[in-house]
Design a binder for this molecule. Structure first.
Ligand code: ISE
Length: 344
């Protein structure tokens, strides 16, 4: 048996709930890349998927429900990777068991349920939930944030962001432009720019003829922050050529860019080419690794190391405004209650 084929003593025993694409990705990451953690339980109602996931998690037992895994005492911590509509139930069960939680985005699918989760965590009185907004663990995002904080290029004035997917699955519907995709910008932009989103507007331009019938895109999302920074996001899910998430930051004394293509450079046949990513699993692979490692290390000392449940709630409020903005002319205000003391 290799080191990874059994639970090492001192390892955090992680139950991965949901063994779809993202869950399977996290199972293999914890098993092969992350130190100090072992996948001890795979929770997945679909038997075929569960069996497939178990074959890459040698120390794990399989369960059809999270309640069964809890009854068996199979986990010290939980990574939730089910579709968003199932998050609340698992979050509540994990909170009741006082387990550290890494919850894939979104926290839940609407502000009311997100606030219920925040309320349950507040009653416990300590932060157990980290939300999986992995862009905060991307090195270039970290560098841009440090530049903004340092002020060496002057004050930040604007951000121009591009979020481009080659294509999306049949299950992707119009509201998901906001709730599944721009959801990332709703988290990372305030984190970068040090402000709070006060309004969201959605503009439509010429529709891409290659866009699936059911969608109207690309869209331009304009966000205002309370510190005056203005942000535009081109959200585009039919760009065909590959996956691109890039940001240009405009400062008083300069401009910074992140997310430029960084793959193989090839000069051939009179043409210069650079490799680009096909999807987010490779574009953000290192960020996912760093996110899960940071969560494991923090969970072992009873802490979180990234976006909190309150951040997840704020994003849910912005998403609700964003979905309304898709059907309304002009900006929709984003209003948030005071930050509870646990999250200050
Ligand atoms: C997907 O669910 C993600 O989370 C990706 O990061 C995002 O780029 C994509 O648009 C979403 O569909």
């Amino acid at each position: 048996m290799s080191n990874n084929e059994q639970s090492r003593s001192g390892d955090l025993r992680v139950a991965v709930v949901g063994a779809g694409a993202m869950g399977a990705d996290h199972i293999s990451r914890i098993t092969t890349t992350i130190t100090g953690a072992t996948v001890s339980a795979v929770v997945e109602p679909d038997a075929a998927r569960r069996a497939a996931a178990l074959s890459s998690a040698p120390a794990a037992a399989g369960y059809a429900s999270f309640a069964e895994a809890l009854d068996a005492g199979a986990a010290d911590a939980v990574l939730i990777a089910t579709p968003g509509q199932f998050h609340e139930q698992t979050l509540m069960e994990a909170l009741a068991a006082r387990l550290p939680i890494l919850c894939e985005k979104p926290l839940t699918q609407d502000p009311v349920s997100s606030l219920r989760v925040v309320g349950a965590e507040q009653e416990i009185g300590r932060k157990l939930i980290q939300v999986g907004f992995m862009r905060r663990f991307d090195r270039e995002y970290e560098q841009l944030r440090a530049l903004i904080e340092a002020g060496s290029a002057g004050e930040l004035l604007m951000l121009h962001a591009a979020h481009r997917n080659a294509a999306v699955p049949d299950s992707y519907v119009q509201s998901m432009l906001i709730t599944d995709s721009v959801v990332h910008e709703f988290d990372v932009v305030p984190w970068l720019a040090g402000g709070t989103i006060t309004s969201v507007e959605v503009r439509y331009g010429r529709r891409n003829g290659l866009t699936p019938e059911r969608l109207r895109e690309p869209i331009l999302v304009v966000m205002e922050l309370d510190n005056g920074v203005l942000v535009d996001v081109e959200m585009n899910v039919s760009i065909q050529f590959g996956y691109q998430v890039a940001t240009e930051a405009v400062f008083e004394k300069g401009v910074a860019r992140i997310g430029q293509p960084s793959g193989l450079q090839l000069w051939q046949d009179g043409v210069f080419r650079i490799g680009e990513h096909a999807d987010f699993t490779t574009r953000f692979a290192e960020a996912y690794d760093r996110q899960v490692q940071a969560w494991v290390d923090a969970a072992k000392v009873g802490e979180i190391a990234g976006p909190s449940a309150w951040d997840g709630y704020k994003v849910a409020v912005a998403c609700e405004a964003g979905v309304r903005a898709m059907e309304t002319d002009g900006p929709i205000p984003v209003e948030l209650p005071d930050v509870p003391s646990l999250y200050r």
